[in-house]
Ligand binder design. Sequence first.
Ligand code: NAG
Ligand code: NAG
Ligand code: NAG
Length: 359
Amino acid sequence: MIRMKSKRNFIIFLCPTLVLFFLYYSSGRLHLRTSIQKSQYDKQGFLTKLDGKLPIELQYKYANLSKGECKPGYAQAKMTSIYPKFSKPAPMFLDPNFKRLSKISIYPPPFGVKTQEKTIDIILAKTNSYSLGPELDSISCLKCIIIGNGGILFNKSLGTKIDEYDVVIRLNEGPVSGFEKDVGSKTTMRITYPEGAIQKPERYEKDSLFVFSAFKPVDFKWLRQMVFNEKLRKMEGFWKSVARVVPREAEDMRILNPYFVQEAAFKFIGLPHNKGLMGRGNIPTLGTVAITMALHNCDEVAVAGFGYDMKTPKAPLHYYEKLMMSAIKESWTHNISKEKEFLWKLVKGGVILDLTNGI
Ligand SMILES: *[C@@H]1O[C@H](CO)[C@@H](O)[C@H](O)[C@H]1NC(C)=O
Ligand SMILES: *[C@@H]1O[C@H](CO)[C@@H](O)[C@H](O)[C@H]1NC(C)=O
Ligand SMILES: *[C@@H]1O[C@H](CO)[C@@H](O)[C@H](O)[C@H]1NC(C)=O
């Protein structure tokens, strides 16, 4: 009798315990599942596991192309597969209708055009050209390469390969003459800001576009004087000496759409917003801005000369000078480590091809 009772007590005890355990277990599972769903994307909106797959119809389409043939829409499709928020339309350069671009109208430079609209109107009326030019505009599938100035390019003999791209984008004063074996000889455009622009007139390539990227309001004032070939009046607000003349016709000058600075900083890298103003560590480097532009405007995107070759610490910082890597200074405006995380996502996700494997 006593044994029976204790057995019943045991069962009475066991049942709620099992129910509680089951509830606990299933809620745990549930919790686990929602946390998995949440962590599928990182804070910026990129897949945490960067194995984004292309839509099946694109896989078939690309499989039909012969090897090396340009894959239409490839960079955009790859980007969308690891970053679903990606939205393609964003013109390379500003044109006289730039005020329709609402995202850049609310920020001053470097993230937008606010306060500079009048100066830009005057500049664009003079340049009168707003695209890559008739030859490249007629190509339906563009392969672009962005050449960083890193020492990792040195002695890799990539020149011939680089020249095969439809669009070769160079940055600031990275030289070509004398370095053709490693960096190629073709320059479609050179993106630059006043302090980074080539200072010696004879070093400008004849057939390239001078593409201006503004970081401060005074930069537009400088550009206006360059476009109108005015003698540079004394100007303050630059952090080092600037080119006094840009030996290019106004028709060969362009203004880079500042949306790419904004998108790289706030969306892709996740730099501090700082109320939309330039501040500590919230300006992306020009190389990353150029890559962002190419994601929107090229079908395939490659890079070379980005990052550092850690295996050779004595490697030069730039491919064109003796400065060693140890010369890297702590940067106030950039956040190199956060930026590298973003570039790594692009490489790992197969969005861009890194010819020098430095990212
Ligand atoms: C691929 O090529 C085959 C045979 O040439 C063709 O039938 C098919 O429609 C092509 N597929 C795509 C997606 O273009
Ligand atoms: C460049 O590379 C070649 C082999 O690829 C090597 O023999 C040569 O020493 C290298 N030159 C320099 C300056 O590092
Ligand atoms: C770069 O970002 C990291 C992480 O957000 C932060 O800790 C660091 O202070 C930033 N560096 C600069 C120069 O702003």
